[in-house]
Design a protein around this ligand. Structure first.
Ligand code: AMP
Ligand code: FE
Ligand code: FE
Ligand code: ZN
Length: 291
């Protein structure tokens, strides 16, 4: 039997992806994936729809989220798999982050609007009701207004920190994020840790604290991780006993990333399932990847 085909990082329209959770799950099954994780930014609101769809398909779903954390201006994303979505601390903290994202997006739009014809209403029109608001929705409003060609152009242009409109949003420290995901019974993995040209998002000292707090793994195979950084990450994984993952970070038509463009080995998948206590993977009808 060939190795199972596993992609553990994707977004739906519940955050900044462009497809509804049900459509995302169907697309993953059509693409031949045996396992998929839904990891919307700071929300588990897409879980029910994704779970209901996955049950009917020959695939396994790991419900998760991508928690926003930061150190100063540097944002650090922490994937959390199989958390308990009703954990009071997690519910409160994700709500606080989502609200902080709205405040920050409003402030950014206010400043952009001084120089470009775009309004907060234009941004809201680009997001599904209740979605976690992010710069991608501002990007879509800029595209709709004819000010940028597409999301990627907007991130290189008006939304780039160098353009002067950027600001960070409220978010806990990576350490608090890892602790919270573990407290909610989930398994924390640092997303795209080597995606910055300034190097890896954390130094080794900070990593040691995260390992102490229960960090499970590092997302190494990701299109934005730089080659040198990946070598350091593999070395760290080896030294600190962390598993490594590979994933697409699919956002539908919002990013060039294609489903399954990077994969996670079955062994890492099984480590996640074995160490999570917050919720269960969903094994759909006829899935090759039983747990
Ligand atoms: P925010 O968290 O609001 O600062 O926005 C960052 C999000 O924008 C990330 O989650 C990415 O998925 C998305 N993003 C970053 N760069 C790009 C890009 N070039 N094209 C489309 N989406 C992007
Ligand atoms: Fe995103
Ligand atoms: Fe991310
Ligand atoms: Zn992501």
């Amino acid at each position: 039997m060939p190795d199972p085909f596993i992609d553990l990082h994707t977004h739906s329209s519940v955050s900044d992806g462009t497809e509804r959770p049900a459509d995302l799950v169907r697309a993953a099954s059509s693409a031949g994936l045996d396992a998929l994780a839904l990891t919307d930014h700071d929300t588990t609101a897409g879980w029910d729809e994704a779970i209901a769809t996955a049950r009917t398909l020959p695939m396994t779903l790991l419900p998760g989220l991508e928690l926003s954390t930061r150190i100063g201006y540097r944002s650090v994303h922490v994937l959390g798999y199989l958390v308990d979505p009703t954990h009071p601390g997690l519910v409160a903290e994700t709500q606080r982050i989502r609200e902080g994202r709205v405040d920050r997006a409003m402030r950014m739009v206010e400043r952009i609007a001084r120089d470009h014809p775009v309004s907060w209403q234009d941004v809201i029109a680009q997001a599904s009701p209740g979605a976690t608001i992010g710069r991608p929705h501002i990007a879509d409003a800029l595209v709709a207004a004819g000010l940028e060609a597409d999301r990627s152009a907007a991130f290189r242009g008006i939304l780039h920190p160098a353009a002067g409109y950027y600001e960070p949003h409220e978010a806990p420290s990576p350490l608090a994020g890892v602790e919270l995901i573990r407290a909610a019974g989930g398994v924390p993995v640092i997303a795209h840790p080597a995606a910055s040209t300034r190097g890896i998002v954390l130094d080794e000292r900070a990593l040691e604290d995260l390992v102490e707090a229960g960090l499970g793994g590092l997302e190494v195979d990701h299109r934005e991780n730089l080659t040198h950084g990946k070598r350091v990450l593999l070395d760290w994984a080896d030294r600190y006993g962390l598993f490594v993952t590979g994933s697409s970070d699919y956002h539908g038509t919002g990013k060039p990333n294609r489903l399954g463009e990077h994969r996670t080995a079955e062994r890492a998948f099984r480590t996640i399932v074995a160490s999570a206590t917050g919720s269960e993977p969903v094994v759909g009808d006829g899935s090759r990847l039983t747990v």
